[in-house]
Design a protein around this ligand. Structure first.
Ligand code: VGL
Ligand code: ZN
Length: 251
């Protein structure tokens, strides 16, 4: 609802409409953010919200093994956004040598080709984010000292994990659902790399697990292999993920 429409409505009717919308969206009990959103005002992160910072690692920025174009440009913005969140969780792509997602594991295969594995189609990547290497470290300029948890993923040799919640079989949990639920964190805001792979899969799995999910688009960058970025947005929006910009947040 646009702010200028408000004057045309009886105030009581507006409040009823918003309250009904909140009940439908399961947002009763945290009226400030729901109100702000309904009125088109910036969202203020609350104590039930968590910022999920996906894979801001050396491997995914220029100079790394699987560089995302402008992957480094979003780091200052992520640092600023993180200051507005009480709760921040980071993820780290964390592969074994000879990992199932590496093209080098399969003779004759090249990065960005695909193969069929037991759990489905796997895009093949250059060797990247190998456990314990400088390439796998968080970007040095990422400054979020109050981050509460680092989730590592993709650490099993035979299976990839783009998502922070479930491995690529769609059912092996990383433990993040339980962590967020147990701590009463209900709405997940996502930033980081790459929009069309680890951010998108994490956002959709957040929805699957029953969380509200907001991707802060200008604090992400994509790989965009073969139309993957447009497809990822279509899939995310279809799954009920909200696409927002950093300016939509009051931080
Ligand atoms: C990612 C490809 C392979 C990501 C991780 O962080 O988006 N993409 N591994
Ligand atoms: Zn990976």
């Amino acid at each position: 609802m646009k702010t200028r429409d408000l004057c045309e409505l009886d105030r009581r009717e507006f409040l009823t409409t918003v309250a009904a919308g909140m009940a439908v969206a399961g947002l009763a009990g945290r009226p400030s953010a729901a109100f702000a959103q309904a009125a088109g005002k910036p969202l203020k992160p609350s104590a039930n919200d968590v910022l999920l910072v996906i894979d801001v690692q050396n491997c995914f920025v220029p100079g790394g093994t699987l560089p995302v174009k402008e992957g480094d440009v979003i780091v200052p913005l992520i640092n600023r956004l993180a200051k507005g969140f009480q709760h921040v969780v980071l993820t780290q792509d964390w592969h074994t040598p000879g990992h199932a997602s590496f093209a080098s594991t399969y003779p004759g295969k090249k990065p960005f080709e695909t193969i069929s594995l037991a759990y489905g189609t796997q895009v093949l990547w250059p060797d990247h984010c190998i456990q314990g290497t400088p390439d796998a470290e968080l970007v040095r300029d990422l400054k979020i000292p109050h981050a509460e948890l680092i989730i590592r993923k993709g650490y099993r040799k035979p299976i990839d994990s783009y998502s922070a919640f479930y491995e690529a079989d769609g059912k092996t949990p990383t433990g993040l659902v339980g962590y967020l639920r147990e701590r009463g964190l209900k709405q997940v805001f996502l930033v980081g790399l790459a929009t069309d792979f680890c951010v998108a899969w994490s956002a959709m799995d957040a929805r699957k697990a029953g969380f509200a999910a907001y991707v802060i688009e200008d604090a992400t960058r994509g790989i965009d292999a073969d139309g993957s970025l447009a497809k990822a947005w279509k899939d995310m929006l279809g799954a009920g993920v909200k696409r927002i910009q950093s300016a939509d947040l009051d931080v």
